[in-house]
Ligand binder design. Sequence first.
Ligand code: ADP
Ligand code: MN
Length: 494
Amino acid sequence: QCPWGAPNTTSISCSLADVMSEQLAKELELEEENAAFPEVVAVAEGPFITGENVDTSSDLMLAQMLQMEFDREYDAQLRREEKKINGDSKVSISFENYRKVHPYDSDSSEDEVDWQDTRHDPYRADKPTTTPRKGFIGKGKDITTKHDEVVCGRKNTARMENFAPEFQVGDGIGMDLKLSNQVFNALKQHAYSEERRSARLHEKKEHSTAEKAVDPKTRLLMYKMVNSGMLETITGCISTGKESVVFHAYGGYATEDKVIPQECAIKVFKTTLNEFKNRDKYIKDDYRFKDRFSKLNPRKIIRMWAEKEMHNLTRMQNAGIPCPQVVILKKHVLVMSFIGQDQVPAPKLKDVTLSSEDMKKAYYQVLNMMQRLYKECNLVHADLSEYNMLWHDGKVWLIDVSQSVEPTHPHGLEFLSRDCRNVSQFFQRGGVAEALNERELFNAVSGFNITADNEVDFQAEIEALEKMNEDHVQNHGKKLSMFSSDGDPPIFDE
Ligand code: ADP
Ligand code: MN
C-alpha cells in the first residue's frame, strides 16, 4: 500500500484567457513585492556561492549555505505575509515564531540557550478530530472506521501542523496528502530529535583546517553577514597571520542604528589556540578580564581577544586617534572600517617610502598618538611598530590592538618601553633627527621621569615601578594614583 495515496488524475480544464490573466496577476504581484523589498533582490546571490570564491569541497557547508539562502527567502515571504495580514491595523500579529532557525544559523551562542525549556511541547495538542468510541462514523455505505486508510492518512497529515514551527513539513498540509501511521510516527520522531539536536550541535567542536584560511563555521558566520545585507561582498583575503586572517569586504546597506562603511576589513581571530598560548600574559593579568579568564574555555578566550580589540579600538576612536572604526563583533569575527581604498589596503609604515618631510610629520603624529593613547585611552599598544602602523591619507593609522593593555597591567610599562624602542629606532633610522631615544620617549609618553642613562638600569626601574604598583594593589585593592588617568571608566561593568 502506497502511503502517499493514489495520484489525483482528474484534470481541470480552463481557457487560455484564464491562464493569461492569472500569469499577469502573478507578474504584477511579483513586481509589487520587489518594490516593497528591494534589498532582497540586491543580495540574491551570496559571493560565497557564486564567483571565484566558490568552495565545493564541503557538501555539508554548501547545503547549509543553500539552506540559509532558502531560509532568507522564506523569512522574506513570511514578512510579506505578516505585513499583508496586519495591514494598517493597530493590533498586529507577529509571525516571528515561524521564522526559520537552524542550529548553525542561530545567533544565540552555545552557552545560554536551553532549548528544552524554551520550546513548547509540540505533541500535546495533536487531536484534530476524534473518532467516536463506536469506532466508526458515517452511515450506510459511507461508513468509515478509525482504521480507514484515507481518513487516517489525512488526519496524520493535518497533525504535522502541530510540530514545532521551525520544523519544516513541506507543503503537504495543503494537499490531499495521506500519511500512514508508520510514516507519521517516523516523522514525529524525527521532528522531536531534530529539536534536541539543535542544542547538541552547538557543542560540537570546531575543526579548523590548516590549509584553509578559516574554518567552515567561521565562513558561515561571514556568509551570514553577507546574507543579512550588512556586507555586500567579501572580496578576498588581505593578510594571513599567525593569529588572525583579515579580509576585505564591501559594506552593505545601513540598518536602523548603523551606517556601514563603504569598505570594511574583517578580522577573523584564529580558532586554534596554539598561537595564542604565548599571549596569555597579556590577558591573564589584565584586571578587566581577571574574573572571567579562569572560567573560560579556549574558544571563549579567543573571542575575548576579538572583544578586547573592539573595546580598545572604541576607546581610540573616542580619543580621536586615527584607527579602524568598529562596525560589529560576532564571536571571533570583528568587522571594522577598511584603511585603504578600492580593495588596496594602506601600506604599513615599514613598506612605504616617505619624504623626509612626511617622515618627520609621521614621527610627531606617532608621538602625539602614543601620548593620547596612554593618557586619554589609558592604554599601551603593546605591539607598536612599523608593522602595525598604516600610512593612509597623509597620516599614520594605528591598528592591531587586541593585545593592548592598561598601563597598570603588571607588565604594562615593559610593553610600553618595548613600543618606545621600536618607534624610536624606526624614526631615528628613518632619518628623523628630532626623534627622541627610547628612554626619552618613554618618559614623554608616560609622564614618569626615569633618569637612568642606560638600558639595564632603565629596565630595572621600570620593573620596580611595576612591582610597587602590584604591591599597592595587593595591599590597598587599587592601583597607584600616579598610574591612573582621570575619569577613565572601567570598560567591563557587567
Ligand atoms: P595580525 O595580528 O595578524 O598582525 P593585524 O590587525 O595587524 O593582525 O592585521 C594584519 C594585516 O591586515 C595588517 O598588517 C594590515 O595590512 C591588514 N589590516 C588589518 N586591519 C586593517 C584595516 N582595518 N584596514 C586595512 N588593512 C587592515
Ligand atoms: Mn599586525
